[in-house]
Design a protein around this ligand. Structure first.
Ligand code: UDP
Length: 258
């Protein structure tokens, strides 16, 4: 794994024991570019934790270990920005996985580099697989971008070797894993020595947003850190997952006072 420079090591904030990179969007894109060019033997991993993921990583040791070891830990979630303010070490901005993915696509398109999309719902009846729809939209939006391959995210463990083989065979430079957390982080991390792309990122439901099967919150909600409220109004069944945000804030407050 690439050694982190002293400057990079200092540019972190500790939230609930996890070291999150204090990066703006531009800095995250620069860090991504360095990982793409690095001479690492194994694939690098970018994780995009929000409050919910950090709370579950406290209990799920495997996920926690991956966040500790990831090459870049992006503060995706308004909860992390609030937490950084409480901890007196404010993050400059929230860097969402879906926005970072767009910048990565732009980077890859400019260099004619390729991406593999893994995850989201398979084709059903007349409807195409979400990853294929996302691939079409991405190539329209970023001419020059090469989507080397796609595979839906509803596969069995025994199918993993064939999927890894498919990703490697198509020669993708970058791997986008959208299996939800912690599946996506575990898939990428556990197979990092076998996978040939230079870098992978876990992006949750971003392929649904690209395909248009899930709508992103309007800009007003995004600007004011209220995407969680919009999502809750659209999918009240997510209420259990949303309870992680206040729990996360309480944990940060208590941890900060110790
Ligand atoms: N997903 C998948 N395989 C699974 C479970 C989920 O490909 O076994 C996909 C799902 O279709 C969706 C994404 O993973 O596209 C997770 O979306 P969610 O909104 O839950 O992600 P998050 O909130 O973690 O960003």
């Amino acid at each position: 794994m690439m050694k982190k420079s002293k400057k990079e090591a200092e540019n972190k904030i500790n939230i609930l024991g996890f070291s999150v990179d204090r990066v703006s969007m531009d800095e995250a894109v620069d860090a991504f570019g360095r990982l793409m060019k690095a001479e690492n033997e194994t694939m690098s991993l970018i994780v995009t934790p929000n409050s919910e993921i950090l709370v579950s990583a406290e209990k799920n040791k495997a996920l926690g270990d991956i966040i500790h070891s990831a090459n870049l830990v992006i503060p995706d979630g308004i909860g992390l920005v609030y937490a950084s303010k409480i901890l007196g070490n404010p993050l400059s901005e929230r860097v969402t996985g879906v926005d970072l993915l767009s910048r990565i696509l732009e980077y890859l398109a400019e260099r004619k580099q390729s991406i593999f999309l893994l995850g989201s719902k398979p084709a059903e009846g007349e409807a195409k697989a979400v990853c294929e729809l996302a691939a079409e939209k991405m190539m329209q939006r970023y001419p020059g971008l090469v989507v080397a391959g796609t595979h839906h995210g509803y596969f069995k463990e025994e199918d993993e070797p064939a999927i890894i083989e498919e990703i490697n065979r198509c020669g993708a430079d970058f791997l986008c894993v959208a299996l939800g957390s912690p599946k996506q982080e575990q898939f990428a991390w556990n197979n990092r020595a076998k996978l040939k792309p230079k870098v992978a990122i876990g992006v949750g439901g971003s392929l649904d947003v690209w395909a248009g099967t899930v709508k992103r919150a309007p800009e007003f909600y995004q600007k004011h850190g209220l995407e969680w409220l919009y999502r809750f109004a659209k999918q009240p069944s997510r209420y259990k997952r949303m309870a992680a945000l206040p729990l996360f804030m309480i944990k940060v407050l208590f941890a900060g006072k110790k």
